[in-house]
Design a protein around this ligand. Structure first.
Ligand SMILES: [Zn+2]
Ligand SMILES: [Zn+2]
Length: 375
């Protein structure tokens, strides 16, 4: 048998007022409109059953004598009433709620989201970008009120200007007043007799607008820049929403970004890797000298400090990291082959053994793995 007093958290001698108060408190906490989720829903069902029994003098007397009207497992109690229906029932109908009165023709505009493609260089240093957006602005003909200038509007005769249709339902809560928006006037209460030709009564028109955007240094693909009040104007010339600009950084032919570091790879002839060399490399800070050390291996890295992407928050910049790849010649003429054979002879490498190792212990694979480890 259910313990309705415990479910509702009231004493066995609780007054009808106590019971009502306890249920209102529980509904505030547990109603699915307020607290979605299966656990709260289950609890709400329980307290609603408890309220149904304890708030009804007859049912309560029977229950106190040992008969449980829900012992058969009736379900679904308390459902079908919205949270505000229940609150209305307790507060005596239409207090100053959001449903009271016709709805305003003026509303805040929607936020807008646009995508902006930028080059990697813009992400490194930031920059100014022009952005063309299709958006809604206030109608110049009717100045937002939606009426053809010089015309008026009339009161909706279906809802008599209230903008909503009220219905009274009898239920365990007593009389519950429910309201729905009036379909005839769309909830406005007034009907515009001659809608503005320019905006068809919406009070705003669509237009194309260009604005200049400061892209901060350090942005990356997916970064969103918020421009307050640059979204679309609301109906009836309502305040504009915000514009969100989502950045997408184009692929760069040389650099791959990881965090704020820029990675590149350079192919070196075998001879340069062995003898050392000096190379010139184009970076976003101009040409830089790359000092290739004697005996450079495939997978070695050279770091150019502070030439990467500016940190979005806080100063400083990432690095440019160059990965070397040693190229073995594939075609040799007679003289080159002769020279290499002599070199092999001098180095005792005519019949090399090959040194075997587990790739996990380092070597080329290990270096690559370390270099590409997620960061
Ligand atoms: Zn207009
Ligand atoms: Zn109406």
């Amino acid at each position: 048998m259910n313990d309705y007093y415990a479910d509702l958290g009231v004493a066995r001698d609780a007054s009808p007022e106590d019971i009502k108060r306890a249920y209102r408190k529980a509904a505030r906490r547990l109603h699915p409109d307020v607290n979605p989720g299966p656990e709260a829903e289950e609890q709400f069902k329980k307290v609603s059953q408890a309220y149904d029994v304890l708030s009804d003098a007859d049912k309560r007397r029977q229950y106190d004598m040992g008969a449980d009207p829900y012992s058969g497992g009736a379900a679904g109690f308390g459902q079908g009433f919205s949270f505000s229906d229940i609150m209305d029932a307790f507060f005596g109908g239409q207090a100053a709620g959001p449903n009271a009165g016709p709805r305003s023709r003026t509303a805040r505009g929607q936020d807008a989201l646009v995508r902006l493609d930028i080059d990697l260089g813009d992400a490194v240093f930031g920059g100014e970008k022009e952005l063309t957006i299709d958006t809604a602005v206030g109608c110049g003909t009717c100045h937002g009120d939606g009426r053809q200038p010089g015309t008026g509007s009339r009161t909706c005769d279906v809802c008599e200007g209230r903008g909503e249709i009220r219905q009274v339902q009898r239920s365990f809560l007593g009389q519950v007043m429910t309201t729905r928006p009036c379909m005839t006037c769309q909830g406005f209460g007034q009907i515009i007799t001659d809608p503005c030709y320019e905006c068809s009564g919406d009070g705003r028109v669509r237009t194309r607008r260009t604005l200049t955007l400061r892209v901060p240094a350090g942005v990356d693909t997916g970064t969103r820049i918020q421009l307050a009040g640059e979204g679309e104007v609301g109906p009836g010339n309502g305040p504009a929403g915000d514009l969100y600009v989502e950045v997408a950084v184009r692929k760069h032919p040389v650099f791959q970004r990881r965090g704020d570091d820029l990675h590149a790879s350079v192919e070196l002839p075998m001879t340069a890797a062995a003898l050392g060399a000096s190379l010139s490399m184009d970076t976003f800070d101009g040409a830089q000298e790359l000092d290739i050390k004697r005996g450079t291996q495939s997978g070695d890295t050279l770091t150019l400090r502070g030439l990467g992407v500016t940190h979005l928050r806080g100063g400083g910049r990432g690095d440019v990291i160059v990965h070397t790849s040693v190229q073995t010649p594939t075609r040799l003429d007679g003289e080159q082959e002769e020279l290499l054979r002599r070199l092999a002879a001098l180095r005792g490498e005519e019949r090399p053994q090959g040194k075997m190792a587990n790739p996990a212990d380092g070597g080329l694979f290990g270096k690559l793995r370390d270099a590409f480890k997620a960061r």
